[in-house]
Design a protein around this ligand. Sequence first.
Ligand SMILES: *Cc1c(COP(=O)(O)O)cnc(C)c1O
Length: 355
Amino acid sequence: MKKYNFNAGPSMLPREVIEATAAACLDFDGNGLSLMEISHRAKYFQPVVDEAVALTKELLDIPEGYEVIFLAGGASTEFCRVPYNFLEKKAAYLNTGVWSKKAMKEAQLFGETVEVASSADTNYNYIPKGFEIPADADYLHITTNNTIYGTEMRHDMDSPVPLIADMSSDIMSRPIDVSKYNLIYAGAQKNISMAGVNILIVKVDALEKVSRNIPTMMNYMTHVKNGSMFNTPPVVPIYCMMQNLRWVKAQGGVQAMDKIARERAEILYGEIDRNKLFRGTAAEEDRSLMNICFVMNDEYKELEADFLNFATECGMVGIKGHRIVGGFRASCYNAQTIEGVNALVACMKEFENKI
Ligand SMILES: *Cc1c(COP(=O)(O)O)cnc(C)c1O
């Protein structure tokens, strides 16, 4: 039976990207050697990094003065590298869930950290609005898509101070105005590659403004100056990302990714709102196009386990909600197809008819 992958991360990738990466692991570019057994400095690998950087710049229309770097450690390592590199006196954080809270906790190790607003009062089911941002903050940190709760800021907000954004779960899904940010970072395993690499878009001018000493590997400038080759980079995830960026470009770029994301979300939220068994958990105006969270209405609550079993039998994979929210979560990253979403909707309708 055909499987439909709704995993939240690591998550679905286009089949051709997986095939190209697998092929390079067996024989990289017809050299007779695996991608895994050549030097990252070999003449063979540099073009991969160069192409991944060039495609990122092209797809996101990145202005002059920014560099793209690839680092290991997961997005969680950036929670600490961000204040190391940018927090001189005061940092502002918007608290929209577990990931922003974890980022804020690291900043507290480095200096004054202000929580400008929080949606913790309602288990983070909305994005706070109309909050004040201290004009003397070094930056405002935001999490543009809240993977666990299914809320998203699908725009580049205005801020009196430079923005730093964790875009782990929505990067490359829409056009962004990079000029508003000092830094954008994302772990690759949600929307652009396999696990093992972070992508960062950094405003070079904004670096080296803090007075503290920064350990070499923690210092973004090290990696900017060395083109992500200061030490051995995660070559297979970078290769996979390069293939995926080629795929995004071939589909029509981030504009096309945005369009299909809207189509998928309209179909699935449409069914959640129509079907008497289900309701969405996120405030309507903040609904994520990437992680679509829903639960069973109170009067059908005891059927959640049955629906999960039924959906699993219909080929749905990874739709169990995060334990913090419960219910279901269908992650619809770039590689998710309209066919996949239609299959889930058909399964929801069929289950409704059986009740
Ligand atoms: C998954 C996720 C993270 C954590 O990523 P790791 O690579 O596991 O450290 C951080 N932020 C967001 C928004 C995420 O979705």
